[in-house]
Design a protein around this ligand. Structure first.
Ligand code: NIG
Ligand code: FE
Length: 387
């Protein structure tokens, strides 16, 4: 195994509270990578010898971003829908069917190239783990194809056959739930770690969601839920009932929802680029944090409700609009995402963690929200290798 020393790190965020504070930040630090993992972190003066070394000239190093929610397998463009929203047309789940039609038409090569382009875009912005959902196929063959493509880029694949009821089942939603929990699940299960359902008016109700999630769980998939995006509703409570890893969106929450997330230990996935792109109110992260809920920040990158691949943009929005401190926002974009994906060795830079990290052309992580929209990430490492 080859070891590699990153030295002269002005500020190193470890997310290990034994080093102090939420972020376990070390100054004038160094880090040793051995193979795919972090072997050592500490003060530059105490750094052990390694096979190779890189002097970072006082730059900051942070754990790579863990983007726990995205929909990258799609074709087509809905920029006109975005423009209409900016002049007052509300977002509706019905737009998903536009992308379903375009995605079904696309070749495997076109879909794969699009995912590749977006994953590259994400890596350039410091993302080292991304969850990718299906959900724009909605036939047995298309969902299996889209998950197979997602699996070429990540182990965090999510079966979202229950995104909306496709037009051909408009008169038979019960028949579509049977398809999603039967032949479509059979075809999707081997390509998926997770199962997700969009619980919302215009998509699936709580009973349908429960049936779908339980069918997935019975096949060894782990549940996560699109919950409470467009209004208050049963999504968060269903996520807590089935032991989901996360309830994502959480834009409209009752006090009972907040209590349920805290007592069930379900991560709240907040997706501020969606509120930005749909002109919706931002969720109040402070309310969740003060109640003891674990918060993850993710992009939800998709062609409809929000087409940003940028975790730094989400951090800046969370700090400016959602009452998070810069430290809380960075934690939620790294360790919070890792909690949401049940990956304890990601989102941290401590001995034994996977060496996933981003180098900032800045002296501290504060610059992520202090200098919004500036491309500060100069290098991204995944499993110890620059990408
Ligand atoms: O997470 N809410 C459901 N799904 C996506 C939007 C998909 C679309 O509009 O195409 C989301 O926002
Ligand atoms: Fe989503």
């Amino acid at each position: 195994m080859t070891s590699f020393l990153l030295t002269n790190i002005g500020s190193l965020v470890t997310n290990d509270p034994t080093h102090g504070g939420l972020l376990g930040e070390l100054h004038d630090a160094a880090l040793v990578i051995d193979g795919a993992n972090v072997a050592w972190v500490g003060s530059r003066r105490d750094a052990p010898a390694a096979d190779g070394a890189l002097d970072l000239g006082g730059r900051a190093v942070i754990p790579g971003f863990v983007d726990s929610h995205s929909h990258l397998v799609f074709a087509g463009d809905r920029s006109e829908e975005f423009a209409a929203r900016m002049t007052g047309t509300p977002y509706s789940a019905g737009g998903i069917r536009t992308t379903v039609a375009a995605t079904r038409e696309a070749t495997d090569e076109q879909l794969t190239a699009n995912v590749s382009r977006l994953v590259t875009e994400m890596r350039r912005q410091g993302t080292t783990t991304v969850e990718i959902k299906s959900g724009y196929g909605l036939t047995v063959a298309d969902e299996a194809r889209d998950l197979e493509i997602a699996g070429q880029f990540t182990d965090e694949t999510t079966y979202l056959g229950a995104h909306v009821v496709p037009s051909e089942y408009a008169d038979d939603p019960a028949g579509y739930v049977e398809l999603v929990t039967g032949p479509m699940l059979d075809a999707a299960a081997k390509h998926s770690k997770w199962i997700d359902v969009f619980v919302e008016r215009g998509a699936f109700d709580a009973d349908q969601g429960r049936t779908i999630l339980r069918a997935g769980i019975a096949r060894g998939l782990q549940p996560r839920v699109h919950a409470n995006q467009l209004g208050e509703g049963p999504g968060v409570q269903l996520a807590c009932e089935v032991g989901a890893a996360s309830a994502d969106h959480c834009t409209y929450l009752t006090d009972a929802d907040v209590d349920a997330l805290a007592s069930a230990g379900v991560v709240a996935g907040l997706l501020p680029a969606i509120e930005f792109s749909t002109r919706s109110p931002y969720p109040n992260a402070r309310r969740l944090l003060d109640a003891g809920v674990t918060v993850a920040l993710a992009t939800d990158c998709n062609p409809g409700s929000g087409y940003s691949s940028s975790m730094p943009f989400c951090i800046a929005l969370a700090v400016r609009e959602m009452h998070m401190t810069p430290a809380e926002a960075l934690w939620s974009a790294t360790a919070g995402g890792a909690a949401s994906l049940r990956r304890p060795h990601r989102g941290h830079l401590t001995p034994g963690s996977r060496a996933d990290l981003a180098v900032l052309d800045a002296p501290s992580h504060l610059h992520l929200s202090y200098r919004p929209a500036v491309p500060l990430i100069t290098q991204t490492f995944i499993a110890g290798r620059p990408v």
